[in-house]
Design a binder for this molecule. Structure first.
Ligand SMILES: [Fe+2]
Length: 246
């Protein structure tokens, strides 16, 4: 039975402690240091990733539908983007590190809304164009002014049990032109001056960081899924895709 009263919680604490799962991330000061171990990225700060095939900017979506894409996106309806469970080891590890480092809030990453084919027909066309084989998760991301995501390897890079899900693939498609103060770094590669419809596709093992220090909210479409052969071929070919003809 749930205990809402704090004194009741204190009585329960020892049992909760014993029930807390053991996990390899507890060996690290920061949960994200643990996630790094699931990636075979080089982690050399002085190496130049600008020509890395693992960070590909060669694919671009264009057309009238892209010029007007924000008409489809707005009004953006924020959905609950974080679920935290009792005995959630990741939440506990991240919260401990935040508190140690005097980071006041965990609500700085932004907001999500799942693509709805009725409301977002153009976005759905783009999602379908990629031909992901299964588990496709198309999400519109809203990054408010002041939002940031710390340096991390995506958690789907490796399973918490240690086995790697390399088959997952992820792309991010910008839905607006770049603004001064918006920044992305993928590995040691800075990314800026993008146009609406520009696609960033990357190997999930590459760590990255984002910050929106501009004067505007930033919207992008993130697609994660198990790629088909066609997905990988299309991404590798790059080029300009006219969305009006899809
Ligand atoms: Fe990420």
């Amino acid at each position: 039975m749930a205990k809402n009263n704090l004194s009741e919680m204190r009585k329960l604490a020892p049992d909760h402690k014993n029930a807390f799962p053991d996990h390899p991330c507890l060996e690290y000061d920061c949960y994200y240091d643990y996630l790094d171990t699931l990636s075979d990225y080089h982690f050399d700060r002085w190496r130049d990733d600008s020509d890395s095939p693992d960070v590909d900017l060669s694919l671009k979506f264009r057309g009238k539908a892209i010029d007007n894409i924000m008409d489809e996106v707005l009004p953006f309806e924020r959905e609950q983007s974080k679920n935290v469970y009792q005995n959630d080891i990741k939440a506990a590890a991240v919260a401990a590190w935040y508190l140690q480092n005097e980071i006041g809030s965990m609500a700085h990453v932004g907001y999500k809304q799942r693509v709805d084919p009725e409301k977002h027909p153009t976005l759905q066309k783009i999602v379908d164009w990629f031909e992901y084989a299964e588990n496709v998760q198309p999400i519109i991301m809203e990054k408010n002014i002041g939002n940031w995501e710390g340096w991390h390897v995506d958690s789907h890079c490796g399973h918490p049990n240690g086995y790697r899900q390399k088959e997952l693939h992820r792309v991010i498609i910008h839905l607006q032109d770049w603004q001064f103060g918006q920044m992305l770094f993928w590995g040691t590669k800075p990314i800026m001056q993008w146009r609406a419809g520009d696609c960033l596709s990357y190997d999930v093992r590459v760590p990255h960081v984002t910050a929106n220090c501009s004067r505007y909210k930033r919207y992008s479409l993130r697609i994660t899924g198990v790629p088909s052969k066609n997905t990988l071929t299309k991404v590798q070919q790059g080029g300009i895709i006219n969305v009006d003809e899809l």
